[in-house]
Design a protein around this ligand. Sequence first.
Ligand SMILES: NC(=O)C1=CN([C@@H]2O[C@H](COP(=O)(O)OP(=O)(O)OC[C@H]3O[C@@H](n4cnc5c(N)ncnc54)[C@H](O)[C@@H]3O)[C@@H](O)[C@H]2O)[C@@H](O)CC1
Ligand SMILES: [K+]
Length: 496
Amino acid sequence: MKNLLNQKQMRSADAFTIKNKEILSVDLMESASRAFVKAFLQEVPEKATSIAILCGKGNNGGDGLAIARILKDSGYSGVSVYLVNFSAKETEEYTINLKRLEDLWFPLTAVNTAADLPDLKEKVIIDAILGSGLNAVLEGPYLQLVESVNALNRQVIAVDVPTGFPAEGPLKKEGVYLKADLVICFQRPKINFFFPESVQALKRFTVVPIGLDEEFIQNCDSPYRLIEGPDLTGLVKPRAPFSHKGTYGHALIVAGQQQTMGAALLSAHACLHAGAGLTTLSIPESGLTALNTRLPEVMYLDRADLIPEKTNKFSAIAAGPGLGTAEGSIAILQGLLKLKVPLILDADALNMMGDKPELLKQLSSGSVLTPHMKEFDHLFGDHDSWWERLETAREKALELGCVIVLKNQYTFIIDLTGKVTVNTTGNAGMAQGGMGDVLTGLIASFAAQGYTANEAACIACYLHGKAGDELAETQVSISASDLTGRVSKTLKGLIK
Ligand SMILES: NC(=O)C1=CN([C@@H]2O[C@H](COP(=O)(O)OP(=O)(O)OC[C@H]3O[C@@H](n4cnc5c(N)ncnc54)[C@H](O)[C@@H]3O)[C@@H](O)[C@H]2O)[C@@H](O)CC1
Ligand SMILES: [K+]
């Protein structure tokens, strides 16, 4: 899995690469700028497009100057450079790249105060004002400049990070950032790109390798990493010869009420399709006809049988989808907690825990909690920012000895040691009811098949989003049942 670094570690990776690969810092800048232009070409292929590059005086600005030269060399005919001279000092790499442009008689416009910014006519703006060197919120002329650029409503492509946007740490509601349509980011995405608040600064990002030492990056002690398809190849086991249904575990899902039987059926359906050897559903008796007609492969367990002697054969137990929060449901949850086995808890099971926090203490180690933001805050208190929410999730995962799957556009899977795996699969077509129920069924399925709680959560989250991404190639929206119908095929693609 790819490690995500904070800016201090990123600077160390720069320094290590420069020392170890014996390349000059300015050459690394050249490599970064070339990588930027390669990605830019995909985005703005029309060479006659007018482009304004706004360059600060740090290395982000240095990148901007090198990008101007490389764009011109690549045939872009309408490139203008604006030198944002708000800071007294400039970096060595900036100075070298400025000299290179001056030697080419490249037209340069100085912007010494925010009021100096001319009426920009260019169609595309490249933001190279400030990058990851930012150390505080924007104020003074930077703030004014960013506000006037935002008011232009042009297509903005930012170098590495939008000006003013902190790469990590809590994102303040009142923060002002240069609004980029796209960020072309170097080597690794910034941690803050994965939080919903980032929409204030960017619509999308793409990551380009610039030649930093990967071994160094992977050896950095970081609590954050990304999960990608190749990480699962090798982890997800193929079906073995001579295996039988007993080889692939027996999952129990405790879900549904008379009015919410659909949630239970969706969960069990997903569990089945992700390969559990046997799936049993514990629902109210009123749902039996629906179960037998819709999911003939799934077995039934009476609610009265949620006792140790009847449940010890299950290799994973999930509870919550459509379970309700009334007295009867609380008794079911309390009964499950008394089994003293790891549980996968979602939806109403989490709501009940939020109502009765003392139940959290009864969770067995190795359990999995799958809250979305509201459920999470109900469990652990309100949070002002996603950064803080994730910090709490890390503390709670460690304290409770459980895996927390904090769901959002990018889902964070926090393991028992507080390490965070970020999942990037999934798309807006999946924004439909029932998706969470499917995810719970997938986690239960992989846990039943013998994967650890963290592995089961990682495989399930990746697979869930990936199946959705594959369907989104030909569909606008994706129903929970569509998704379930796809998972086995997607899973096949992940196995070596
Ligand atoms: N070898 C390297 O270090 C590489 C760096 N690269 C680029 O370098 C960037 C980082 O460069 P730098 O560290 O020089 O930093 P920046 O270019 O991001 O900004 C540094 C300047 O901003 C000022 N500043 C910081 N916070 C401010 C604030 N809140 N308000 C006003 N001014 C503020 C600093 O005093 C300094 O003058 C990266 O984002 C990337 O674009 C790339 O060229 C790749 C290689
Ligand atoms: K920038």
